[in-house]
Write a protein that binds this ligand. Structure first.
Ligand code: ISC
Length: 485
């Protein structure tokens, strides 16, 4: 992940040359909000007002933890190795979408919102300006009652992000034609003061810590090796050449699980992954540390990757290197990964992309597992946007299969549970069209005292049920350690 500062794209919003720090008085703020309200009255449409300021160095996760409210939605993403983290909470504007056009519907919402956005302050800074946080489930239709819809996009009320040594705080508010100015100004003034000299909350009492928590029950759903055996038979019959089958494990704890405490474990142990949390504001959070970037757009370039094929890490340097070398030579894993790369090429070429990638995959080494990885780069063709790319790529054969439609039908029949956000696309987009999405892997749905863990493995000709089961055990380990199991 990186700060998306896409200087060549003009943002589609109005930027007013007002410095909110130099004009930081309650009167100046009221005056500014009055201007915004006049614009809302003139256009007969509420304005999203976005105020960005540079602040003293802050840890966005600690900020989120300090002001965490289980009944407010939040979004968090961090890539420790790239020294970037972004947090946002409470929704000022939001939309849900479903169906095959959900990415296009999300784009329309973003365009319409930006057409009525007034931004001031450090809009050009890394993570300046309003950001749209988004989560797309694996499937484009979900049954009612799921914790997250097929697509949700929201702009947070506040956002704090760090890129290297710079920290930017953004306050977003909706100014309607009849907005109560005094009240709004007072709220923003308070938020402004809070982020400029942020005081982290005092530590939680000891009974709330993970160490005091006991695991009461661990339950696995379904018979995974049997499902894999059926998938192998269907591959032999020519139904599909690859299918990614997942399994779930439910962990019941003696005390409520705190998603942000688990995230702190994940970010420390998986610096090369995106650690993330997305909360629905109804007490449920989807969290994880994923190794897979789906797409990043920054400065007119697209970055994506083909990640698939897995091996354990070795206990010694020699064993680790041997396992890595075997993975690089493994015909089965190379086919599994090649299908992902082929699909990326097949789906992005018609959009006008000329993809650049190395001929041979490299190893991506995580604490619990290593994968084959081909990084892919391309110049973004004119008029192609990040969500167009997502609509083409998702789901890649790293989480679905090949051919796509047959594999997805097979997943529904063989898995027997709803994936929800597992293997979905999670990320953000800024006002310039830059942004980043990753795939919701190595993840869990946390709800009160329960965590539902997800892990899957790619099945091709030559796969063996027991080996695939062992591979999913390794993948479960990331979340199990965060739960201190
Ligand atoms: C589907 C998952 O991982 C994917 C990403 C990397 C390697 C994979 C594999 O080797 O099977 C999977 O395609 C998962 O972690 O649940």
């Amino acid at each position: 992940m990186g700060a998306e500062n896409d200087s060549e794209n003009d943002p589609a919003m109005t930027i007013l040359p007002i410095d909110p720090v130099a004009n930081a008085t309650p009167e100046a703020l009221r005056g500014f909000l009055a201007t915004c309200r006049t614009a809302a009255q003139r256009d007969g449409h509420a304005k999203l007002v976005s105020i960005s300021i540079a602040v003293d160095a802050l840890d966005p996760l600690a900020v989120l933890e300090s002001i965490f409210e289980p009944d407010e939605p939040h979004f968090y993403a961090e890539r420790v190795s790239l020294d970037t983290a972004i947090a946002g909470a409470e929704a000022v504007v939001a939309t849900d979408a479903h169906g095959p056009e959900r990415f296009a519907a999300a784009q329309r919402f973003i365009d319409e919102t930006l057409a009525h956005t007034i931004a001031v302050g450090e809009v050009e800074a890394a993570f300046g300006g309003p950001h749209f946080f988004a989560a797309f489930a694996f499937e484009n239709e979900l049954a009612p009652g799921e914790p997250f819809p097929a697509a949700r996009v929201f702009v947070p009320r506040w956002q704090v992000a760090r890129a290297g040594s710079g920290t930017t705080a953004v306050a977003n508010l909706l100014v309607t034609p009849d907005a109560p100015l005094e009240l709004l100004a007072e709220k923003v003034w308070r938020a402004h003061g809070k982020f400029r000299t942020f005081e982290y909350a005092a530590p939680e009492p000891p009974t709330q810590t993970a160490d005091a928590r006991a695991t009461l029950k661990v339950t696995d759903q379904g018979d995974y090796p049997a499902a894999v055996a059926q998938a192998i038979a269907r591959i032999a019959a020519g139904e599909f050449s690859k299918i990614v089958l997942a399994r779930t494990r439910t962990v019941q704890a003696s005390e409520p699980l705190h998603p942000l405490q688990m995230l702190n474990q994940l970010r420390q142990r998986f610096p090369e992954c995106h650690a993330f949390s997305i909360a629905n504001g109804r007490g449920q959070s989807f969290i994880g540390a994923t190794p897979e970037r789906l797409a990043r757009v920054s400065r007119g370039a697209l970055e994506t990757e083909a990640l698939a094929g897995s091996a354990p890490r070795g206990a010694s340097a020699t064993e680790d290197a041997r396992l890595g070398a075997e993975l690089l030579r493994s015909d089965k894993d190379r086919r599994e990964q090649r299908l992902v790369l082929d699909s990326i090429q097949r789906r992005l070429t018609p959009l006008g992309f000329a993809l650049e990638f190395p001929a041979e995959p490299i190893l991506k080494k995580l604490a619990n597992v290593q994968h084959l990885l081909t990084p892919v780069r391309a110049v973004l063709p004119p008029h192609v946007r990040l969500l167009d790319v997502l609509a083409q790529l998702h789901p890649t054969p790293a989480v679905g299969g090949s051919p796509r439609a047959a594999a997805i039908a097979g997943i529904r029949q063989l898995e027997g549970f709803s994936r929800g956000l597992y293997a979905g696309a999670i990320g953000w987009i800024n006002a310039r069209g830059g942004g980043e999405f990753f795939v919701g892997l190595r993840s869990a749905l946390v709800d009160g005292c329960t965590a539902r863990l997800f892990a899957g493995a790619g099945i091709v000709a030559g796969s063996a049920p027991e080996k695939e089961r062992a591979e999913t055990e390794l993948k479960f380990r990331a979340m199990q350690e965060a739960l201190k199991l």
